[in-house]
Design a protein around this ligand. Structure first.
Ligand SMILES: Cc1cc2nc3c(=O)[nH]c(=O)nc-3n(C[C@H](O)[C@H](O)[C@H](O)COP(=O)(O)OP(=O)(O)OC[C@H]3O[C@@H](n4cnc5c(N)ncnc54)[C@H](O)[C@@H]3O)c2cc1C
Length: 461
């Protein structure tokens, strides 16, 4: 496509940002005029009997979309927010304005691939780019199809070919296409605080201005976090159950794309240069590599990750089931999970009664009940508690892991199809865990992480 095109659509999908957005830059470079389009989240009833997403996630995304609207309008750019996420809405818009080219982010999960196929079937040309990962495909020491299923093998090979201490191992994020000079005045913020029962117990109070979903706030948060000493102790605090600073809290912005992982990486490296590198600062990159791995797993395994048996029938890797020291320490006090989601219409929770008790926090376990109450109320839950409640659902209550994952999809403001599916499947033993799944002893976890019961008191219904 060498000649400039008259009009194109840029479709914001899970990349609600102006910085580090190659597909958006391509759209601007290759056309005379760009229609910027974002969409609301689909909210159909799922086959599990609940809506696809909660009001919390809806509002958080709305804040991100509003931030984009504000930034683009300031630069006199055309911006449309669609109520409908179906490709039909994009096709109608394109036809109306005689547009033939759609630029957007590549998302290689089944539903999202189908959306692009639908656009192509309608005669549109789709120019998409993978752009929310740390590494370019050509920086990986394997092809996507050959990505090791075992995280440790993956991490070691990636770190060998892109040494962590090398500041260029992850490419610099692209600059913002337009400067974001001021915090947008979000009308959804007022609406959110009026509508939602968020309170000062929340670990991610997005009804407060410094936690809003927009890109400007995301970048401010990254800057604030890395200007503090918090990264220096991240590894020691990351397993806490509650609070606003025990972990980075980047995930909601990363999930909606208001923040690029390369921006985080760049800020992490700058922090290390100024304040020093240690095991804790390294561990932030370690966790970002989990995110990267789950993305690559979704690209490699596609629809299999959304099936009841996950990768179980598919596993052919000959990788040794071994752990290095880092992985061993992770396994003993944390673990990664995989799940399935709302996306598989034929499944029902294998134990419907238990599923309802789990969802509503009415199980026999006070820690689970408190956590499920926090999840539903705020849309956020610490990683430790996500692991505990997922394990309890699957291994203690005999709940279909796909139903559990679907409920997380509904609740989480940081819902990310790759990380959610990957983590739930991991815990269920049908994903990439070389040990065949993780079962947590809930009583033991409670003694270790909530010894005085303060978390349970905080979140009792
Ligand atoms: C059952 C289950 C479901 C999950 N669903 C999601 C989800 O839908 N969306 C999501 O972003 N994360 C999910 N996670 C991963 C993890 O719990 C969150 O990313 C993390 O708690 C977010 O808080 P943070 O940003 O402070 O993380 P930090 O501890 O500060 O980590 C920094 C970043 O590393 C990445 N990361 C950390 N842990 C993981 C992990 N286990 N898997 C993948 N990436 C990770 C995230 O991008 C995170 O923002 C899930 C974990 C479990 C056990």
């Amino acid at each position: 496509m060498n000649q400039s095109i008259e009009n194109v659509i840029y479709w914001f999908r899970q990349d609600l940002r102006l910085h580090d957005n190659i597909a958006l830059q391509n759209a601007h470079a290759k056309s005379k005029s760009v229609w910027h389009v974002a969409h609301n989240l689909p909210n159909e009833l799922t086959s599990w009997g609940f809506k696809r997403h909660s009001a919390n996630r809806h509002f958080f995304r709305q804040q991100a979309v509003e931030g984009l609207t504000h930034a683009l309008q300031q630069h006199h750019q055309k911006f449309i927010s669609l109520n409908d996420v179906t490709p039909n809405a994009i096709v109608d818009l394109a036809r109306h304005h005689n547009i033939k080219h759609i630029f957007c982010e590549t998302l290689e999960t089944p539903e999202e691939l189908q959306q692009l196929q639908d656009l192509k079937n309608a005669g549109l040309t789709v120019c998409d780019s993978v752009q929310s990962c740390l590494y370019e495909d050509n920086q990986l020491p394997f092809t996507v199809a050959q990505t090791p299923d075992i995280f440790t093998t993956f991490r070691q090979s990636v770190e060998q070919s892109n040494p962590y201490r090398n500041n260029q191992s992850v490419h610099r994020p692209l600059d913002s296409i337009y400067p974001l000079s001021q915090k947008p005045n979000l009308t959804s913020l007022n609406q959110t605080s009026l509508t939602l029962a968020l309170d000062d117990r929340s670990s991610f109070p997005f009804n407060q201005s410094q936690w809003c979903g927009d890109e400007y706030t995301a970048l401010q948060h990254v800057s604030r976090y890395f200007s503090s000493q918090l990264p220096q102790t991240y590894k020691l605090t990351r397993n806490a159950l509650t609070g606003i600073d025990y972990s980075t809290h980047f995930s909601p912005w990363l999930a909606h794309g208001a923040l690029s992982p390369r921006k985080v990486w760049q800020a992490l490296k700058k922090h290390e240069k100024e304040y020093g590198a240690n095991e804790s600062t390294y561990w932030i990159s370690f966790e970002l590599l989990w995110r990267e791995h789950f993305r690559l797993m979704a690209r490699k395994h596609g629809a299999a990750l959304f099936k009841q048996n996950g990768l179980k029938n598919k596993r052919q890797d000959n990788e040794p089931h071994q752990f290095d020291q880092r992985q061993r320490s992770r396994s003993s006090n944390s673990s990664k999970l995989d799940s399935h989601s709302v996306r598989s219409p034929r499944h029902t929770p294998s134990n419907n009664h238990n599923f309802k008790r789990w969802q509503t926090g009415e199980t026999d376990h006070p820690l689970i009940n408190a956590a499920m109450h926090e999840l539903v109320t705020t849309g956020f839950l610490s990683n430790r508690l996500r692991q505990i409640v997922a394990s309890y659902a699957i291994h203690d209550l005999d709940i279909n892991w796909l139903a559990g994952a679907a409920w997380f999809e509904h609740c989480l403001i940081d819902y990310d199809v790759h990380s959610n599916q990957g983590n739930w499947a991991y815990i269920a033993g049908v994903g990439t865990d070389p040990r065949g799944g993780r079962r947590f002893n809930t009583d033991k976890q409670m003694k270790e992480y909530d010894p005085d019961g303060s978390y349970q008191k905080r979140w009792q219904a």
